[in-house]
Design a protein around this ligand. Structure first.
Ligand SMILES: Cc1cc2nc3c(=O)[nH]c(=O)nc-3n(C[C@H](O)[C@H](O)[C@H](O)COP(=O)(O)O)c2cc1C
Length: 209
C-alpha cells in the first residue's frame, strides 16, 4: 500500500502536467499562427514577385497540380484544366503574349518565375466554370506555399487564350472545347525577402450570431 500511494500521486502529477501543457500551447503568437497547420499555410501565403532561375523538382510541381485537381467544382463537373509549363520557350511565349495584353512588350509579367501553371475552364461544361477555375488557382497557390515555393496569380489568361496565338497553343496541345483562360499561377523559389501581409481592411466579416 505504501508503494501504491506515491505511484498514484506520480501518475496524477503526470496527467495534470500533460493536460496543462496541452491547454497552454498557443494557437497564435502576436496574431501569427504558432503551429505549422493548414491555417498557418492559409494565413502566411503571399504573392511573390521575385524568383530565382532554379527549376523546382518535377515531383513538387506534380504535387501542386494534384492539389489543384482536388479543388471543389460546381456539381463536380471538373470544368477546369491546368497546362503545366516548365518549358522555357513556352513560358517565354506566354509571358510575351501576357505583356502584349498589358500593352508593355518590354516587361516579364511572370517576374522571372520558371514555372507557369495556366488554368483554363470549359465554359460549355459548367456555368460555374469561373468559380471552379478560381478555386483551382487558390489550391495551386496554397499548395505551392505548403511546398516552400513562391507563387502569384498573374491575370490576363482570358485575353491571351482569346488571341489567335493563344488559340493555336491550345490546338497544338490537342485541347478542344470552349476553354476560357482563368489565371496563370507562376511558381518558383523566392528570391529575396518573403513579402509581409498587408493589413486587413475593417469590416471584412459581418457577424450574425
Ligand atoms: C484575380 C487576381 C488577379 C491578379 N492578377 C495579378 C497580376 O496580374 N499581377 C500581379 O502581380 N499580381 C496579381 N494578383 C495578385 C494580387 O495583387 C495579390 O493577391 C494581392 O495584392 C494581395 O497580396 P497577397 O496575395 O500577397 O495577399 C492577382 C490576384 C488575383 C486574385
Amino acid at each position: 500500500m505504501k508503494k501504491i500511494i506515491p505511484m498514484m500521486l506520480c501518475a496524477a502529477a503526470v496527467l495534470l502536467f500533460a493536460s496543462c501543457k496541452e491547454k497552454t500551447v498557443p494557437e497564435f503568437i502576436d496574431d501569427k499562427p504558432a503551429k505549422n497547420t493548414a491555417m498557418e499555410n492559409l494565413l502566411t501565403r503571399r504573392s511573390v514577385r521575385q524568383y530565382t532561375d532554379q527549376m523546382p523538382p518535377m515531383e513538387v510541381i506534380e504535387e501542386i497540380c494534384k492539389a489543384g485537381t482536388y479543388a471543389p467544382t460546381g456539381m463536380n463537373k471538373q470544368s477546369p484544366i491546368i497546362i503545366a509549363v516548365t518549358n522555357r520557350e513556352m513560358r517565354d511565349s506566354l509571358s510575351r503574349l501576357n505583356a502584349r495584353v498589358l500593352g508593355n512588350d518590354s516587361i516579364d509579367p511572370f517576374y522571372g518565375a520558371p514555372v507557369v501553371l495556366v488554368v483554363l475552364a470549359d465554359k460549355d461544361s459548367s456555368y460555374t466554370y469561373l468559380e471552379d477555375g478560381s478555386l483551382v488557382m487558390g489550391n495551386l497557390m496554397n499548395a505551392a506555399h505548403a511546398k516552400g515555393l513562391g507563387s502569384c496569380w498573374i491575370h490576363r489568361a482570358k485575353e491571351v487564350f482569346e488571341s489567335e496565338e493563344g488559340k493555336q497553343i491550345l490546338a497544338d496541345l490537342g485541347i478542344e472545347g470552349n476553354y476560357v483562360g482563368i489565371g496563370n499561377c507562376i511558381l518558383g523559389y523566392v528570391d529575396g525577402e518573403y513579402p509581409e501581409a498587408k493589413p486587413r481592411k475593417e469590416n471584412w466579416v459581418y457577424w450574425v450570431k
